[in-house]
Design a protein around this ligand. Structure first.
Ligand SMILES: *[C@@H]1O[C@H](CO)[C@@H](O)[C@H](O)[C@H]1NC(C)=O
Ligand SMILES: *[C@@H]1O[C@H](CO)[C@@H](O)[C@H](O)[C@H]1NC(C)=O
Ligand SMILES: *[C@@H]1O[C@H](CO)[C@@H](O)[C@H](O)[C@H]1NC(C)=O
Length: 392
């Protein structure tokens, strides 16, 4: 690490100097032409997913029942200093994506007023909805499992995307589908969570088959609409979320002390998803379909939390009940009994028991966007280069 890192940082140190000389040299000729930051090849992003990606399509009374205080403090306390209806104390991975692409703003949530503001729309739209499933809501309703009150699935979001394109066309806007980056955030974790009480009739294997099939249909739908650049995120280590840890038997643990059965479920899901993406790439060689390996990123952090600045890998920062997890499903973050968070959220991975802290999302985003092809394949920089060359 030593030599290469030192050489690189020396080059980085030299860079502003070199720029300063160039700018000084041209100053007389063009005073206003200070070198702009390198432009990002993407100006528009469309995002989809569930609460890990939702930047405000739900609020306290429309989001998942168990996390029904997202509009209250201390949600948003770290970065926005108020609730923005993000399920965290600050920015999500999709917000760090907007920053990495130097977009002028974060993506407006589709259901907000900002999304009908044409100039805000330029950066794209976020269609992700907390509580959303990969499988259509009807399936859960038919099986009497619709206690979640978010009726949207990933295919609902595709319908919203179509409505958005129609509205933009109506305003005389050109269709940017082929130039946009499509961010398919983690989707499917809720499908397993909602059916956990009905394991005998609806085994996880059936959920896996159905959920991956729906995600595949969804991604294919984007490709059919002209999408050329896509990043599809897999499931994280859902067995390391405080809620899963609280609910599982104490013996059900793996090598990172998380719930083994739940992590295995996510692992199997991701393998199936990867196989499906592989087929989609063969069928659509004119598109770049990257896989953001949330599982590997999360696992790297769980293996050595302190390396990433975390001292509390399991406890919920904004929770109650104390103990090893500080999580109580009946007194969750933002409820009257839990109106303050831990003193140092940046030391925690878990924010409210199911969603992560901004600090964790930032680490994961760094792995996806700066980690070469270790956590994103093909790599984010490769995707940017292909877009810049106009050759997907
Ligand atoms: C629309 O968005 C632009 C840019 O974000 C902002 O300056 C403007 O005030 C917004 N207009 C309305 C009506 O919200
Ligand atoms: C759902 O609940 C209804 C009413 O209690 C019952 O008639 C029906 O059989 C249930 N369906 C399933 C799939 O359990
Ligand atoms: C350690 O646990 C993780 C998460 O359950 C699992 O994916 C991985 O395969 C395990 N590694 C070994 C060496 O068993």
């Amino acid at each position: 690490m030593g030599m290469a890192t030192r050489a690189t940082s020396r080059r980085l140190l030299l860079l502003p100097l070199a720029l300063a000389i160039v700018v000084a040299g041209t100053a007389a000729a063009a005073p206003a032409a200070a070198a702009p930051p390198a432009a990002s090849p993407f100006r528009t992003v469309y995002a989809f997913g569930d609460s890990f990606t939702d930047t405000g399509n739900t609020h306290s009374t429309t989001g998942p029942y168990s996390f029904g205080y997202v509009s209250s403090p201390p949600y948003g306390a770290t970065f926005f200093h108020r609730s923005t209806n993000r399920y965290s104390d600050g920015r999500l991975v999709v917000d760090f994506l907007a920053e990495a692409l130097k977009l002028p703003s974060f993506l407006p949530p589709y259901l907000s007023a900002a999304a009908s503001n044409t100039s805000a729309q330029e950066v794209g739209v976020n269609f992700a909805v907390a509580g959303a499933t990969a499988i259509e809501h009807d399936f859960f309703a038919k099986n009497n499992l619709s206690f979640d009150i978010t009726p949207q699935s990933i295919m609902t979001q595709l319908g919203w995307f179509d409505a958005h394109l129609r509205a933009a066309a109506g305003k005389g806007k050109t269709n940017k589908v082929g130039d946009a980056l499509f961010w398919v955030g983690e989707i499917g974790a809720n499908d397993y969570a909602y059916t956990v009480v009905a394991r005998d009739t609806i085994p996880p294997k059936l959920i896996r088959t159905m959920a991956v099939q729906r995600v595949t249909t969804f991604v294919e739908g984007l490709l059919e609409r002209g999408a050329k650049y896509l990043i599809v995120q897999g499931l994280p280590l859902t067995g390391c979320l405080s809620m899963a840890m609280t609910l599982a038997r104490a013996e059900d643990r793996d090598n990172v002390s998380c719930v083994a059965s739940v992590n295995q479920q996510s692992y199997a899901h991701n393998r199936r998803l990867l196989a499906a993406l592989h087929q989609l790439r063969q069928k659509h060689p004119d598109a770049v379909i990257a896989y953001a390996d949330y599982y590997a990123a999360h696992l790297a952090v769980m293996r050595s939390p302190s390396r990433y600045g975390f001292t509390e890998p399991f406890r919920t920062c904004c929770g109650s009940g104390g103990g090893a997890y500080n999580f109580d499903l009946f007194a969750t973050c933002g409820s009257p009994a839990v109106n303050t968070a831990c003193a140092q959220p940046a030391k925690y991975i878990n924010w409210d028991g199911v969603h992560m802290t901004e600090a964790m999302y930032k680490v994961v985003a760094g792995m996806f966007f700066q980690g070469g092809d270790a956590y994103c394949r093909p790599s984010f920089s490769d995707l940017l280069a292909r877009k810049a060359q106009g050759k997907p």
